[in-house]
Write a protein that binds this ligand. Structure first.
Ligand SMILES: [Zn+2]
Length: 434
């Protein structure tokens, strides 16, 4: 298994230096610590446990959480003099959002497909009319590293302003060796330059490119024998993902790619059962994937197997919204004992960068309570990318990733939907927005 890269505290981009000073966030009307559960993902009734405190405070020292809890306990023996204090009176304070599933590096834009969708076009119809993944692939192949990097920085800035302090980014719009590597190298550059923590995923098996039409096995071979060795050699990814779906990659092809990825130390993830039950959930359980994502059409047996093997279910309601598809039945999936996370799935077919919008969709469209949707967007999302020991909750020693929202309590995040409540973003103890 490849050694995980040490976390780097990066230079502030326009942030305020608090070198050597304590940072205190004081007087929060509600503070969500997300503490507890012994480092395990939350499931069942535990998904409602926000570690909520009225009139809370947080102390950050050297970029890391020193204390978080009721103000009178937290500040009783802290020397406030010389500290930088953020007054959060009347505001909600919580850990930064973790977005565990995005396709952030791509060129082009597909707004013309919206009218086609309104006319009733399916995924397949859109592909036949020249849209879909292949149209993004063409634009991304033509784009330079520099251009994709500039787009990436702008997108990460917007996400950071919306409270996302850690996220995952997949390749998958190159679909030939040099362009898959180019995308992963862009992700690496973004990770070095931007304050947001980025987990890179290799998704060479996102679709079968036109040059391999009708010959999926030959493309699978290319992914396994040509792309994976370079990805591993240049240490460009932590995870390997596959789009296991009819017309894309079947269960056996997906298993072969993920098994091969694992021999290089890449942890498996699966795009599972989005449009049809392809036994993606079962596959994720069998190979010990860290997460299986989508799960709209998974069987109860498959979800049960995932629960037995501690695979996180990442639900993507933004995709259901933008594609006019059925939403996953989150309540039922949670009742089956699966720990659930949420993600934007930001991509040209689902253009949202806001985890707050995803929390609203989860509540209004998937039957999740606000508390469950927030657990799914923070600590459980951190588990879905293997970062739960660093981010997702306010526990002593974790990174000081904290957001202040201009609302009084957590229920107002989904309830007041459609705009950004985040006022201040603190990344690793430094104020990077607000
Ligand atoms: Zn995806």
């Amino acid at each position: 298994m490849k050694a995980r890269r040490a976390h780097k505290i990066r230079q502030v981009r326009g942030g305020e230096s608090l070198e050597g000073r304590l940072l205190i966030i004081d007087n929060a009307s509600e503070l969500l610590t997300l503490k507890g559960n012994n480092g395990r993902p939350r499931k069942g009734e535990g998904m409602k446990d926000l570690g909520s405190v009225q009139n809370g405070a947080v102390v950050i020292e050297d970029g890391r959480i020193s204390k978080a809890g009721p103000k009178e306990e937290v500040l009783s023996d802290v020397d406030v003099e010389g500290a930088f204090v953020v007054d959060a009176s009347g505001k909600l304070v919580m850990p930064g959002f973790v977005d565990p599933h995005t396709h952030l590096v791509f060129a082009g834009s597909r707004e013309r497909e919206l009218s086609w969708k309104i006319e009733g076009a399916s995924y397949k119809d859109i592909a036949e009319r020249g849209g879909g993944i292949v149209s993004t692939m063409k634009a991304t192949r033509e784009a330079s590293h520099k251009y994709l990097f500039q787009l990436g920085i702008q997108r990460l800035d917007v996400m950071l302003r919306h409270g996302t302090t850690s996220l995952e980014i997949k390749s998958g719009y190159g679909l030939r060796t040099k362009d898959e590597i180019k995308i992963l190298e862009v992700i690496k550059s973004l990770s070095e330059e931007h304050r947001t923590d980025i987990s890179p995923t290799f998704l060479g098996a996102h679709a079968v490119p036109p040059e391999f039409k009708g010959n999926t096995d030959a493309y699978v071979d290319k992914v396994m024998k040509e792309m994976l060795p370079i990805v591993a050699d240049e240490e460009l990814a932590d995870f390997c993902d596959v789009f296991c779906e009819k017309g894309y990659f079947d269960e056996d092809q997906s298993r072969r790619i993920l098994d091969e990825g694992r021999t290089y130390g890449l942890i498996p993830k699966v795009h599972a059962d989005e449009l049809s039950d392809m036994r993606g959930a079962e596959l994720a359980a069998e190979i010990g994937a860290i997460s299986a994502d989508h799960l709209e059409k998974s069987s109860d047996a498959g979800i049960g197997r995932m629960a037995d093997r501690n695979v996180i279910g990442v639900l993507l309601p933004g995709t259901s919204f933008s594609t006019n598809l059925e939403y996953p039945n989150a309540k039922h999936i949670m009742d089956l004992g699966l720990p659930v996370a949420l993600a934007t799935d930001f991509n040209p077919n689902c253009w949202t960068k806001s985890m707050q919008f995803i929390v609203s969709l989860a509540c209004y469209k998937m039957g999740m309570f606000p508390s469950e949707a927030i657990v799914a967007s923070t600590i459980n999302a951190a588990h879905a990318i293997g970062k739960a020991s660093e981010v997702g909750s306010m526990e002593t020693g974790k990174l000081g990733d904290v957001i202040v929202l201009n609302i009084e309590n957590h229920e107002q995040i989904p309830y007041r939907f459609g705009f950004n409540h985040v006022e201040t973003v603190i990344k690793a103890g430094e104020i990077v927005h607000g």
